[in-house]
Design a protein around this ligand. Structure first.
Ligand code: C2E
Ligand code: MG
Ligand code: MG
Ligand code: MG
Length: 289
């Protein structure tokens, strides 16, 4: 009986694996198809506001890629970015996102200071990444490169064969800024802070959500804010959904916030409307104190 149970478990396990492999292949095929199409249609970039904590007004935006399937579904990055990383298709995908970011920066110059773009470890390790970005910036001399922020996660530091620190120094040499994304969730956050020439820390939403009701979270955030300030770095609190958490972040003097409270990721037209000063002021920014 034990043997048969074991056999059954094996059976279930390999079924799961088959499903997983099939999904991987489907994701890769979808991605190849999307990359062969009109990228602005198949892989649109959505924009999420980043606001000044004290006023709630927009200072920047994060570029968050989506995929529109031929069936009309809109997929989040979790459905295709991992496959893009594994196959190397993240290189053309990432270039597309950067190109759109530069175009929007110029278009929205009057309405925001910067846009933030996620850069995966694989992209960062690519020898062509720096020249590609240098060319892109050179093609848009009107753009102040410091208005482009590259978001890097800690895993880039661990999983990469290239000297990430050196690569980031080179990127900073182009004038762009570097942000540490999902800060605090990795196991080498302090090493990361010490060794990487970053300008911005993005506090992961696991520290931020529920902060007003949790003194331990508040203490951790206070310490990170202090640390960042002493290192000359700015801080963005991610995942702000609750007005009480926003209030607590203001009390702690956190410079900026991002989260559903201020705005979800939006397609470009909706974001452009959101950027209009009137719309901006109408946002649900009532403080509870
Ligand atoms: P991330 O860079 O940490 O982006 C923030 C994610 O949190 C986004 O999910 C955003 O929609 C979500 N978020 C923002 N505010 C809130 C909130 O108040 N509550 C909650 N529950 N969630 C919030 P999204 O768009 O699904 O992106 C997921 C991840 O995919 C990103 O995490 C980033 O790591 C990756 N990603 C997105 N776009 C790109 C890209 O162009 N290139 C690369 N390499 N990765 C990307
Ligand atoms: Mg990010
Ligand atoms: Mg993040
Ligand atoms: Mg995050």
């Amino acid at each position: 009986a034990a043997k048969r149970a074991g056999g059954n478990r094996m059976q279930i396990f390999s079924d799961d694996m088959r499903v997983e492999v099939r999904e991987r292949i489907a994701a890769e095929n979808r991605l190849r198809e999307a990359l062969a199409g009109d990228l602005t249609e198949t892989l649109p970039i959505w924009w999420q506001p980043i606001v000044a904590a004290d006023t709630g007004l927009v200072v920047g935006a994060e570029a968050l890629v989506r995929m529109c399937t031929p069936q009309g579904d809109i997929l989040g990055p979790g459905h295709f970015v991992p496959a893009a990383e594994e196959t190397g298709l993240i290189v053309p995908l990432g270039e597309h996102v950067l190109r759109r970011a530069v175009i929007r920066l110029l278009e929205w110059t009057d309405h925001l200071d910067y846009v933030s773009v996620n850069v995966s470890p694989r992209q960062l390790a690519e020898p062509d990444f720096v020249p590609m970005l240098a060319n892109l910036l050179a093609a848009h001399p009107a753009l102040d490169p410091s208005r482009l922020v590259l978001e890097i996660t800690e895993t880039a530091l661990l999983s990469s064969s290239v000297d990430v620190r050196e690569r980031l120094e080179t990127l900073k040499g182009l004038g762009v800024r570097i942000a540490l994304d999902d800060f605090g969730t990795g196991y080498s956050s302090l090493t990361w802070l010490q060794s990487v020439p970053a300008d911005v820390v993005k506090l992961d939403r696991s520290f931020v959500a529920g902060l007003s009701a949790d003194p331990r979270k508040a203490s951790i955030i206070q310490a990170v804010l202090w640390l960042a300030r002493s290192l000359g770095m700015s801080v963005v609190a991610e995942g702000v959904e609750d007005p009480a958490d926003w209030h607590a972040l203001r009390e702690l003097d956190c410079p900026s916030c991002q989260g559903y409270l201020f705005g979800k990721p939006m397609p470009p037209a909706a974001f452009a409307a959101f950027l209009q000063p009137a719309a901006n002021r109408q946002e649900p920014l009532r403080l509870v104190s």
